[in-house]
Ligand binder design. Structure first.
Ligand code: ADP
Length: 159
């Protein structure tokens, strides 16, 4: 069985992430979307909120599981017996950092490979940071995230 892991902060999940999940799920038997539980990043949404958002918007993809992890991705990938790490590349600016991480991971565990998917053109500009920036000013985020998540995102900026 070919199991892949798609890690990220997903703070919050965007159409760009959903596109990556749908495309990578088609290439493997099982895709584990792994939410990084890293308090140092000071996320807007708790890990439970991010897991629940992801579960809600990926229910149409049968071979996807949503999990969270602490610590090193490469250790978690081994623990769940994933042999592929999926990462997205939006622009060359993503590349240098991602290359370094992928090479480091190969040195730590040569049985796990990283596969990069290039972003779909319509989402090339999109990031969780952009969503938060626009939402913090009460702007329209309907082009960036699924409709059902919008109230939950605005809620964080109330008061
Ligand atoms: P991280 O904190 O790990 O960068 P993100 O939640 O920002 O986590 O992104 C998770 C993964 O999804 C990364 O591989 C990132 O490159 C990819 N990604 C984010 N936004 C997009 C997008 N708009 N199109 C394609 N891939 C994306």
């Amino acid at each position: 069985m070919r199991r892949a892991i798609y890690p990220g902060s997903f703070d919050p999940v965007t159409f760009g992430h959903i596109d990556m999940i749908e495309r990578s799920a088609r290439m493997v038997d099982e895709l584990v979307v792994a939410v990084l539980n890293n308090s140092a990043k000071n996320p807007l949404f708790s890990v439970e909120e991010r897991v629940s958002m992801l579960e809600g918007i990926t229910s149409h993809v049968p071979n996807v599981k949503i999990r969270y992890f602490d610590g090193l991705l490469i250790d978690y990938a081994k623990e769940i017996e994933a042999t592929i790490i999926i990462r997205g590349l939006r622009a060359v600016t993503d590349f240098e950092y991602e290359l370094q991480i992928a090479q480091t991971n190969r040195i730590v565990n040569s049985e796990i490979d990283t596969i990069f998917l290039t972003t779909s053109l319509e989402y090339a500009y999109l990031s969780s940071t952009i969503v938060k920036e626009v939402a913090s000013y009460g702007g329209d985020i309907s082009h960036f995230v699924p409709k059902q998540l919008i109230p939950q995102i605005y809620e964080k900026y109330k008061g």
